[in-house]
Design a protein around this ligand. Structure first.
Ligand SMILES: *Cc1c(COP(=O)(O)O)cnc(C)c1O
Length: 474
């Protein structure tokens, strides 16, 4: 048995570190060892419990109601508010869209109006539920354009979405205007606070300026907030909170139309581990408001120092409203090379591709744990810029750009994808598995000149080739 666990630890060495504050995407680190231990032990204690039936596992229902209650206070929710714990931000978003669709059964071709900066989970919801995403460009401030949103709303609209904040740029959309617009048309307004919902309330308590985005804003009908982000809980939980039980009703599902138990679900999962819920509950109980306030003070000190100290060659795309910083490079260096250079220096910063005419950017999700090494982060950013300048910009051969531009992703065969992936440096040999080049900048530069549709198709082909079962021999 120990042998298997030792092998697990060995496997994990290849992964990004989840502690230490040097991984600035995917993970959120409080920097407090007790928080990790308590979360981990709670997950382990509840790994076998099943949230399928709260009457059989009443402790899970109690923990869920506690957690939603804590969130309701953060979200300025009225007494009528109700909520559910989901498996993550994507599930919360999917359910917000599904609920809006199913609350308007008379609309035959439902649509939702979203800003171009909305999280990709809404495009997934559109894909799953047949709700057209009407995408509206953002203004020069990277925030949703209210007039353009109003112009895109029509009889088919079942949902207007705002972000608090957007993932890519870290700014809060004009929620009061979006919500008023939705309310005036009798449409739902969802605020995607997946990444900001647990930290912005504490920013406000610290006296920082926070644009309005909670249920205190009239017309906001639901809010998603991820506990596995800035509640610093183990992975696997998010909350979807509705202003009233009536708004939540279409989310619930029951089926008695089979010979087994009557299936009764509040969310998309049926059998669900009690582990993530117990982990989130335990961490939130342990930290409480005072703990989160202190963590918010740390993370915002880190954000302020990063924004103030960005080295020459880089600049902040837009002053962040929350804990996410987007950086852009001047013409002396390129973002993808800076990301590679940061990796060499022990940091993970996330490249974001060019979009709608805007250049590539570097994304930083700042954690409380990052505060203790902010000076090192800034020094390493400066030396990464210097190294990227010395290396020169990665450029893609104009002939390759023209070739890529002429490709129709829908018309490509599997052989074409094999060739394209090999040419882009992702996988030369499909059986080689995850053979990523040490430096990703050339790959990213190539992907960056591809259209979003081609990039999606190529990366799906890549993922497909990575995902192959390992069979025992013989
Ligand atoms: C993270 C995030 C999501 C999706 O959440 P997952 O937990 O990754 O499924 C949705 N919206 C925003 C703004 C996010 O940051």
């Amino acid at each position: 048995m120990d042998d298997v666990l030792a092998r697990l630890r060995e496997l994990q060495v290849a992964d990004l570190p989840v502690h230490g504050g040097r991984t600035l995407a995917y993970v959120y680190d409080s920097g407090l060892p007790d928080v990790d231990r308590i979360g981990r032990e709670a997950v382990a204690a509840y790994a076998g419990s099943n949230g399928l039936d709260p009457t059989s596992f009443p402790s899970l229902l109690a923990m869920e109601n506690d957690l939603v209650g804590f969130a309701c206070d953060l979200l300025d929710a009225p007494d009528s508010a109700v909520g559910s714990v989901t498996s993550g931000g994507t599930e919360s978003v999917l359910l917000a869209v599904q609920g809006a669709r199913d609350a308007s059964p008379s609309v035959s071709n439902p649509s939702m109006v979203v800003a171009s900066t909305v999280h990709a989970a809404f495009h997934k919801a559109a894909h799953y539920f047949g709700v057209t995403a009407r995408v509206v460009p953002v203004g020069a401030d990277f925030r949703a354009d209210v007039a353009a949103t109003a112009a895109a709303v029509d009889e088919s609209t079942v949902l207007v979405v705002g972000s608090a904040p957007s993932y890519a740029h870290g700014v809060v959309d004009p929620i009061p205007e979006l919500a008023a617009l939705a309310a005036s048309r009798g449409i739902r307004c969802h605020v995607d606070a997946c990444i900001g919902g647990w930290v912005l309330p504490f920013a406000a308590r610290l006296g920082r300026p926070v644009p309005p985005w909670t249920f205190a804003v009239d017309g906001v009908t639901s809010i998603s907030v991820d506990t596995h982000k800035y509640a610093y809980a183990p992975k696997g939980t998010s909350l979807l909170v509705h202003r009233t039980p009536e708004l939540r009703r279409p989310q619930f599902f029951a089926s008695a139309d089979w010979p087994g138990y009557t299936m009764l679900n509040t969310t998309m999962q049926s059998t669900k581990s009690g582990g993530p819920l117990a982990g989130a509950w335990a961490v939130v109980q342990h930290l409480g408001s005072a703990g989160y306030l202190a963590l918010a003070a740390s993370v915002f000190e880190a954000v302020d120092r990063i924004v103030a100290g960005v080295p020459s060659g880089l600049s902040v795309v837009v002053p962040p409203d929350s804990t996410l910083v987007a950086l852009t490079c001047d013409t002396s260096c390129d973002a993808f090379t800076v990301c590679d250079e940061m990796k060499e220096r022990g940091w993970y910063v996330q490249p974001q591709m060019s979009y709608a005419g805007a250049p590539p950017t570097i994304h930083l999700s700042v954690s409380a744990a990052t505060l203790s090494s902010v000076d090192e982060l800034l020094d390493d950013l400066a030396s990464s810029v210097a190294a990227a300048r010395a290396a020169g910009p990665v450029s893609v051969d104009p002939e390759v750009v023209a070739f890529i531009g002429a490709l129709d992703p829908a018309a490509l065969s599997e052989e074409d994808f094999d060739g394209l992936l090999a040419a882009s440096g992702l996988t030369g040999d499909p059986s080689a598995g995850l053979a990523l080049p040490a430096r990703m900048a050339p790959v990213n530069a190539m992907l960056d000149v591809a259209s979003p549709a081609l990039r999606e198709a190529l990366l799906i082909a890549f993922l497909d080739r990575l995902s192959r079962p390992v069979r025992s021999a013989g």
